[in-house]
Design a protein around this ligand. Structure first.
Ligand code: TTP
Ligand code: MG
Ligand code: MG
Length: 428
């Protein structure tokens, strides 16, 4: 009788596997969820925007239980829309006409008047968001939730995760999601999150792209700097002014030069990013990205006529938010405000400080600076304050007196500016 060893030696025993990180993003997510409900619209240009309208309600009520039987001609068309709303997303058939996220509906209607217009069903979107993530976790447990339609997944140690650079596992996950939900997604697999995030866009929709370290020069460097998640419109504008358009041109700059232009933290980060470097781990329970407080007023307030009342509410919001931060043990460097006007349009502004803070006074001052940058002629119905780019206070304090460790802690993209202004015409 031969003895069976208690543990079977593995070919990989002791070997360090190369990191394989996937970024998965659902294709035209909100629109695809609607196509499941109305399969007769498959392949047609469909845009999602605005809330539910009387027309949609009436149609669904008339065909209750048989939504797939609603004739295509009965749906609302973009050309019949009048209003200032923006498009949330569009099917790939609609994108062929140049229509896409954040475009004003009136402009989109000129590009593709025949597109079918549907409202967002947030409850349904959230349900499908949970379902596709549950499927991923059942196959590859190390998943980081990055929002309603995207996640990072660490393939490194998952059985089969290294085969064909991750393509085999990516295909399996794509198929499992599609079998269970009817939805398609695109996946990029790369040595780290930064490159995986870029790669997931290379073959959209329903694509898989594999990026290896040696692909940096040929695949990544020709791309526009803006393709790096963390280079927002402001940083990109500065880079353009410096004559730096592609990631390769960014990589050609010396580190001291970038630090001189962009400061230590962002300069170092830009340099590393352009060389495809990123060692952030995939974290299963993600840290909060931001904290906020907002309030809707009893009656609409005017910045000049109700100045004292508005000022007091603003200070109170900042104090409460500072307390939230302190209680939960966070500090943050990005301070943002949100205003909703009496016509329900919303504007946001934000500002990133050099150092993280959690005190009401600094917060109130920074938020006040943001307030100076928004139009204040209309009356306001809501005011909100937000702090982002959070770090744990304990970690921040532990690095006191060690400037390099502090830079390391603050490294990574400052959350891209989220400024939005409903009264700036070019946004539409
Ligand atoms: P995205 O993944 O950016 O876009 P998408 O899934 O519609 O299309 P793609 O195939 O290019 O990934 O966003 C996911 C969902 O988030 C999108 O379906 C609608 C919503 N969304 C907004 O509400 N506002 C926005 O500005 C964007 C970009 C998306
Ligand atoms: Mg998507
Ligand atoms: Mg997405």
């Amino acid at each position: 009788m031969s003895e069976t060893p208690a543990t079977l030696p593995s070919a990989d025993a002791g070997a360090v596997l190369p990191r394989r990180i996937a970024h998965l993003d659902m294709d035209a997510f909100y629109a695809s969820v609607e196509l499941l409900r109305y399969p007769q619209l498959k392949g047609l240009p469909v845009v999602i925007g605005g809330g539910r309208r009387a027309h949609d309600e009436a149609l669904d009520a008339r065909f209750e239980g048989r939504l797939h039987e609603i004739p295509v001609d009965a749906f609302a068309r973009l050309k019949d829309y009048t209003g200032r709303g923006v498009i949330t997303t569009a099917t790939y058939a609609a994108r062929q006409f140049g229509v896409g996220s954040a475009m004003g509906m009136m402009k989109a209607a000129r590009l593709c008047p025949q597109a079918i217009l549907l409202p967002v069903d947030f409850a349904e979107v959230r349900r499908f968001s949970r379902r596709f993530k549950d499927i991923i976790v059942s196959i590859a447990p190390l998943m980081e939730d990055r929002g309603v339609d995207e996640v990072y997944i660490d393939f490194t140690e998952v059985p089969g995760g290294q085969r064909e650079g991750g393509r085999v596992l990516a295909r399996l996950i794509q198929k499992a999601i599609s079998d269970a939900t009817g939805l398609t997604c695109s996946i990029g697999v790369a040595p780290n999150k930064l490159l995986a995030k870029m790669a997931s866009e290379f073959n959209k929709p329903h694509g898989i792209s594999i990026v290896q370290p040696e692909d940096l020069q040929t695949v990544v460097w020709p791309l526009a700097c803006r393709k790096i998640n963390g280079i927002g419109p402001k940083a990109d504008a500065r880079l353009q002014n410096l004559g730096i358009h592609t990631i390769g041109e960014l990589a050609a700059q010396s580190l001291p030069q970038l630090v001189q232009w962009f400061g230590l933290a962002y300069g170092q980060w830009l340099h590393g990013a352009s060389w495809g470097r990123d060692d952030r781990p995939v974290v299963t329970h993600s840290e909060p990205v931001s904290m906020s407080r907002e309030t809707t007023f009893e009656r609409d307030l005017h910045a000049v006529r109700d100045r004292a009342e508005l000022g007091a509410i603003f200070t109170d919001l900042c104090e409460r938010l500072a307390q939230d931060l302190q209680r939960k043990g966070y500090m943050g460097r990005t301070v943002g405000i949100k205003l909703r006007y009496d016509d329900f349009k919303t504007a946001t502004r934000d500002h990133t400080l050099d150092l993280p803070m959690a005190d009401a006074k600094t917060l109130r001052h920074a938020a006040g600076q943001c307030l100076k940058r928004v139009p204040l002629t209309r009356r306001l119905r809501l005011l909100g304050v937000r702090v982002g780019s959070l770090v744990r206070t304990a970690e921040w304090e532990a690095t006191a007196g060690d400037p390099l460790a502090r830079e390391q802690l603050l490294r990574g993209p400052v959350q891209p500016a989220q400024d939005s202004d409903p009264y700036t015409p070019q946004l539409f």
